[in-house]
Design a protein around this ligand. Structure first.
Ligand SMILES: C[S@@+](CC[C@H](N)C(=O)[O-])C[C@H]1O[C@@H](n2cnc3c(N)ncnc32)[C@H](O)[C@@H]1O
Length: 211
């Protein structure tokens, strides 16, 4: 029994995933993980999670890029991280995700352990503005979903570390366009990037593919 600030959960942990599960086993497992994701959307409060359709897009993006190394800035309780980890189970990759709020970081660790996905994630309790410069690339995918005024700084830190053919995704490109203006200017004007703006949820998400 793990008590969180909002609700007490009683879970039988899902069995740890085999490294490369068969398709049938994977589909059943994904259904259980998605049910868990639905549950934490309802029960874990103040976590600012991306929308379901955005999570699905990130899952597919990981697979399309055949991503082996993913970096996330802004873990919260691990909702978006779990979507990407589902893809990484299939590609054989791993994710590093950074969060500086201790309560949300602990929730993310609990969620990954309950799902048996913890071997795929290096969840770091740290200030990303200090931690990201210490993390070596290359990355196949970087997902930025932290405080919006810092996105341009994150872009400058991660752009050189994303491999050619990789991508930088960012959340809240519509709802916080003003706060993210310097970041949006960079993704639109950098010649090595081709950027898509998605409206899968009300807040908007960009995916910038590096040529
Ligand atoms: C919008 S939430 C992330 C939601 C998460 N990606 C999801 O969909 O489940 C933003 C998170 O970024 C974290 N954050 C903001 N600035 C940060 C920083 N400098 N270092 C680490 N975490 C940071 C906040 O504490 C917050 O939990």
């Amino acid at each position: 029994m793990i008590a969180t600030a909002n609700v007490a959960f009683q879970h039988v942990p899902l069995p740890r995933a085999p490294l490369r599960p068969s398709k049938r086993c994977r589909n059943a497992r994904h259904e259980r993980i998605k049910a868990y994701l639905d549950e934490i959307r309802k029960t874990q409060q103040r976590t600012m999670n991306i929308d379901v359709a955005e999570g699905e897009r990130l899952y597919h993006l990981v697979r399309e890029l055949d991503a082996k190394r993913v970096l996330e800035i802004g873990t919260s309780n691990g909702y978006s991280t779990i979507w990407m980890a589902m893809g990484l189970e299939e590609t054989g990759g791993k994710i590093i995700s950074v969060e500086f709020d201790e309560g949300r970081h602990k929730l993310a660790v609990e969620n990954f352990i309950k799902l048996g996905l913890d071997a795929l994630a290096d969840l770091r309790f740290a200030d990303a503005l200090k931690e990201v410069p210490r993390i070596d690339g290359p990355f196949d995918l970087v997902f930025i979903d932290a405080w919006k005024e810092d996105y341009a700084a994150y872009f400058d830190l991660v752009f050189p570390k994303v491999r050619s053919g990789g991508a930088i995704a960012a959340h809240d490109t519509t709802s916080y366009a003003k706060e993210m203006a310097a970041f949006l200017e960079r993704v639109k004007s950098t010649p090595e990037l081709k950027t898509e703006f998605l409206s899968l949820g009300p807040n908007g998400m960009s995916i910038s593919f590096k040529k």
